[in-house]
Design a protein around this ligand. Structure first.
Ligand code: NDP
Ligand code: 2IT
Length: 451
């Protein structure tokens, strides 16, 4: 009898706690997956015997390094950088880079763990990884950001490669940063290759990549609603964040006839009862990417809107909610407020934005609730398609990429329904995504034996 036969969920989680002291985000992400996977593998001895979940919850490697750079005043600054390579059973490690002062090893381990299941769900050959640094791009000059990116890549380049590990953007890493990072990789290695995704169109980027995460999340939401014979048209949406994912989610909601009521940043949120339309969204995109301003400026620009400093938007009555900022931004109390106000669906553009308590509230209320690993997979999916285009040395048109994105989101929705349908027809999308994501990676790992 295999030793793992004796391990139940709580004993497994105790081990995770013991091996990862203080890494609360990582432990949270593992628990959320483990509770569904334990149920799924209860009668499947092969996964127990091969210790698949235990192996998945131990990153293949965590590389941590010093990043030393000089600011505009010639002060020497020291940051910590990481790349977490969680699992490459089904393809090269793949996942974004985050530059934010809240970045820790725990945050990147949780993101790399989640990415492994998300990438599996896309159906494309990508393993799971994540990286970043505790660098705060806010208030830094362009040349400071460039020098930081160059210093970061000067160490990172030796750990990545188009068939090894392909990073991309995430919070604080957009097309400007990807440009500086790619330029430095090319300079050091003398190779032009598809080592990063999220590149600009001029140098091998993919059409639809900037839009893919936000659009994909709304396409997923549309599928959940259609599954219960509802539609986005006429629905009021509350969205958090005002970055890449939030603004593109807002754009798609508007395109499909919904009304966007809020956007936010780390300082507060804006509420616009008349709706944040396409023109206003374009204004926010310019504010955030070119002028690098704060969302509070929206309330000065657009009459009838209000700014709520230090607050999150979940108290604004709505039909659908899309958390698109960061992890643990929607807790149990916020989830209860949304339910009391009659929310019918929640689709996560961000990674793990809802706390475990919040998830329980959504499940108990039986609303439509899509976890990030399913709903926001469109971004990494189009990254996978960017890798394909780079390998083929071609660029596909917007129409083709839009169709592929839609098809992938529909396929992920179908997998969630297949593995997450409960008696009576309600779909537990968390369960569906966890099991479908796990199964492909687990079966690949079984094929490799003990490695
Ligand atoms: P951006 O950097 O473009 O935007 C991030 C937004 O979230 C900003 O509005 C930012 O506000 C806000 N934010 C960041 N940290 C916090 C915080 N601690 N508290 C409150 N608000 C915060 O990032 P993205 O839009 O790319 O990423 C947003 C989320 O989506 C993240 O969870 C990311 O992991 C996830 N994601 C991103 C994908 C992508 O393709 N980009 C793919 C899949 C998931 P401020 O301006 O004040 O910093
Ligand atoms: O969380 C994510 O899926 C991302 N930040 C995108 C990763 C990618 O490789 O495009």
């Amino acid at each position: 009898m295999a030793i793992s036969d004796h391990v139940d969920l709580e004993a497994f989680m105790q081990g995770v706690h013991k091996r990862n002291p203080g890494q609360t985000e990582f432990i949270q992400a593992v628990r959320e997956v483990a509770q569904d996977v334990f149920e799924f593998i209860a009668d499947k001895e092969q996964y127990h015997a091969a210790q698949i979940l235990r192996r998945l919850a131990e990153p293949d490697r965590v590389v941590s390094f010093r990043v030393c750079w000089e600011d505009d005043q010639r002060n020497i600054r020291v940051q910590r950088g990481w790349r977490v390579q969680n699992n490459n059973a089904i393809g090269p490690y793949k996942g974004g880079l985050r530059f934010h002062p809240t970045v820790t090893e725990s945050v990147l381990k949780f993101l790399a763990f989640e990415q492994t299941f998300k990438n599996s769900l896309t159906g494309l050959p990508m393993g799971g990884g994540k990286g970043g640094a505790n660098f705060n791009p806010k208030g830094k000059s362009d040349s400071e950001v460039m020098r930081f990116c160059q210093a970061f890549m000067t160490e990172l380049y030796r750990h990545i490669g188009p068939d090894t590990d392909v990073p991309a953007g995430d919070i604080g890493v957009g097309s400007r940063e990807i440009g500086y990072l790619f330029g430095q990789y090319k300079r050091i290695t003398n190779r032009w290759e598809g080592v990063l995704t999220g590149k600009a169109l001029e140098y091998g980027g993919s059409r639809m990549r900037p839009e893919a995460t936000g659009y994909g999340a709304v396409i997923f939401l549309q599928n959940m609603l259609q599954h219960v014979r509802q539609d986005i048209a006429g629905k009021r949406a509350v969205i958090s964040g005002s970055g890449n994912v939030a603004t593109h989610a807002a754009e798609k909601i508007v395109e499909l006839g919904g009304k966007v009521l809020t956007l936010s940043d780390s300082d507060g949120f804006v509420h616009d009862p008349s709706g944040i339309d396409r023109h206003k969204i374009d204004w926010v995109k310019d504010l955030k990417t070119r002028r690098r301003g704060r969302i509070s400026e929206y309330a000065q620009e657009f009459k009838g809107s209000t700014y709520h400093a230090g607050k999150r938007p979940w108290g604004v009555a709505c039909d659908v909610a899309l958390p698109c900022a960061t992890q643990n931004e929607l807790d149990g109390a916020a989830a209860r407020t949304l339910i009391d106000n009659g929310v019918v669906a929640v689709a996560e553009g961000a990674n793990m934005p809802t706390t475990l308590e919040g998830v329980d509230v959504f499940h108990a209320a039986r609303i439509l609730y899509a976890p990030g690993k399913a709903a926001n997979a469109g971004g990494v999916a189009v990254s996978g398609l960017e890798m394909s285009q780079n390998s083929e040395r071609v660029t596909w048109n917007t129409e083709r990429l839009g169709t592929l994105l839609r098809d992938i989101m529909i396929d992920i929705h179908g997998k969630c329904v297949e593995y997450g349908s409960l008696k009576g027809g309600h779909v537990n999308y968390v369960k569906g995504a966890n099991i479908a994501g796990f199964k492909k990676v687990a079966d690949a790992m079984l094929a490799f034996g003990v490695v």
